[in-house]
Ligand binder design. Structure first.
Ligand SMILES: O=C(O)CCC(=O)C(=O)O
Ligand SMILES: [Mn+2]
Length: 160
């Protein structure tokens, strides 16, 4: 399934794709190597394209799989010290559309809801992590799989 989604994003972003990917996986030893090649390289191709589009450099990627509406992510901010004071985080959505919410930390009734669609790239920057928390709410509505990739820049701890 993840392979299918990476395949889909490959097509979306003009990355080289292998049309017989699934058939190869089942029947052909070479295909395993092909699949490994794809799994190893697709994230780098995505990273390169996201860097090109956003003008920001990233050195880390976090992948979340939401199997259906029962999977979600609670309110949080990506404000770990190793991300720096005003982190730039690029978030790429693949698969089923899900709601993404941003809520102001002090003005809690200030909530922004975005329906993130397949292929959407959301950029969080400036004071977003400092001032807001975000979440992907669980839902009882029938939902398919969704994969989210967040690209970040992690700084080495001081003194290393
Ligand atoms: O799935 C999403 O759109 C958000 C993921 C997220 O907030 C995270 O990985 O920190
Ligand atoms: Mn987050």
């Amino acid at each position: 399934m993840v392979g299918e989604k990476l395949h889909a994003v490959g097509a979306h972003y003009g990355v080289t794709t292998y049309t017989d990917y699934d058939r190869f996986l089942e029947h052909d030893m070479d295909a395993v190597i092909l699949a490994n090649y794809f799994h190893e390289h697709a994230p780098f191709a995505i990273k390169a394209r996201v860097q090109e589009v956003t003008g920001h450099e990233f050195n880390s990627v976090l992948l979340n799989l939401y199997r259906d509406g029962r999977d979600g992510m609670g309110w949080h901010a990506d404000d770990e010290p190793e991300l720096g004071r005003e982190p730039v985080i690029a978030s790429l959505s693949l698969g089923c559309a899900r709601l993404f919410k941003l809520r102001h930390r002090r003005h809690r009734n200030q909530v922004c809801t975005i329906a993130l669609q397949h292929g959407d790239l959301l950029l969080m920057a400036g004071g977003t992590q400092h001032n807001y928390v975000h979440a992907v709410p669980k839902t009882a509505r029938p939902m398919g799989e969704r994969i989210n990739l967040t690209l970040r820049r992690v700084r080495p701890p001081a003194g290393t």
